[in-house]
Design a protein around this ligand. Structure first.
Ligand code: DC
Length: 224
C-alpha cells in the first residue's frame, strides 16, 4: 500500500451530513482530487440489481465483485469509475439503489474489494476521500481526518431537497424514515461500521454553509 499520511484528507460522516459537497470544495481549494467512496458501494449495488443477484446472497455478491473490472478516469477534479466498461452515472443515485446499498456495504467481502479499489485510486494523486470508514479502515495513516455530522432533521431536509431537485417522487416522511434506517444499518453493522476515527476533527455542519465548513477544514489542514 502506498503511504498516504500526507496525500489523503479523510472525511467521514453519516448520509446527508454534507460531506460530498464539502469534500469536493476542500479538494478544489487544495487542488487535490476528489474521491467519493460511496459511489463504489452504489455501483456494486446497481450492478447486482442489474444482474439479478440477490443482495442477501453474500457469496454471489462477493463473487461478482471479484470478477468486476474497475477503471478510473479523472474529470473535473474528481476520480470517476467504470465497472466492466460502464461509467457509473446518475443511475447509482436512484431510490432502488438507496434502498439496498447499506446491505451491500455491510457484506465483508464486498468491503474488502471496494477498499482495494479505493487504495488503488490513491495512486492517481493526492486526494480528498469521503465515506464512512476512510479514516478508520481505508486510509488509517492519513494525517488529516474529519468527521462531519448534522442534526437528523437537517440531514433529512437536505436529502429531501436533493431528491426533489432530481424530480424523485418521495415525501419528506419517507426520506426521514429511509435515512434513519440507513443510519442504523451503517453504524450498527459488524464490518467497518460508521465511526469517527481516533483523532478525527468533529464538525457539526447544522446551520453552517458549505463555504463555512470548507474554509474551517482547509484552515485546519493548513495548521496541522
Ligand atoms: O455516501 P453514500 O450515501 O453515497 O453511501 C452509500 C452507502 O455506502 C451507505 O449506505 C454507506 C456505504 N458506505 C460505506 O459503507 N463505506 C464507505 N466508505 C462509503 C459508503
Amino acid at each position: 500500500m502506498i503511504p498516504t499520511i500526507n496525500t489523503v484528507v479523510a472525511i467521514d460522516g453519516p448520509a446527508a451530513s454534507g460531506k460530498s459537497t464539502v469534500a469536493r470544495g476542500v479538494a478544489r481549494a487544495l487542488n487535490w482530487l476528489y474521491l467519493d467512496s460511496g459511489a463504489l458501494y452504489r455501483g456494486v449495488t446497481w450492478q447486482a440489481l442489474e444482474n439479478g443477484i440477490r443482495i442477501s446472497a453474500g457469496p454471489a455478491l462477493v463473487g461478482m465483485v471479484a470478477e468486476l473490472q474497475i477503471a478510473f478516469a479523472i474529470a473535473d477534479g474528481a476520480i470517476r469509475f467504470s465497472l466492466n466498461d460502464m461509467p457509473l452515472g446518475i443511475e447509482i443515485r436512484a431510490p432502488r439503489v438507496d434502498k439496498h446499498v447499506s446491505a451491500v456495504a455491510a457484506t465483508p467481502g464486498v468491503r474488502q474489494g471496494v477498499t482495494r479499489w479505493l487504495r488503488k485510486a490513491a495512486e492517481l494523486g493526492p486526494l480528498v476521500a469521503e465515506g464512512r470508514d476512510i479514516g478508520t479502515v481505508v486510509f488509517p495513516d492519513a494525517r488529516h481526518k474529519f468527521f462531519l455530522d448534522a442534526s437528523p432533521d437537517e440531514r433529512a431536509r437536505r436529502r429531501y431537497d436533493e431528491l426533489a431537485e432530481r424530480a424523485e417522487d418521495v415525501s419528506p416522511d419517507e426520506v426521514g424514515r429511509a435515512l434513519r434506517r440507513r443510519d442504523t444499518l451503517d453504524s450498527e453493522r459488524d464490518a467497518d461500521p460508521l465511526r469517527a476515527a481516533p483523532g478525527a476533527v468533529a464538525v457539526d455542519t447544522t446551520g453552517l454553509t458549505i463555504d463555512e465548513v470548507v474554509q474551517a477544514i482547509v484552515a485546519r489542514i493548513r495548521e496541522q
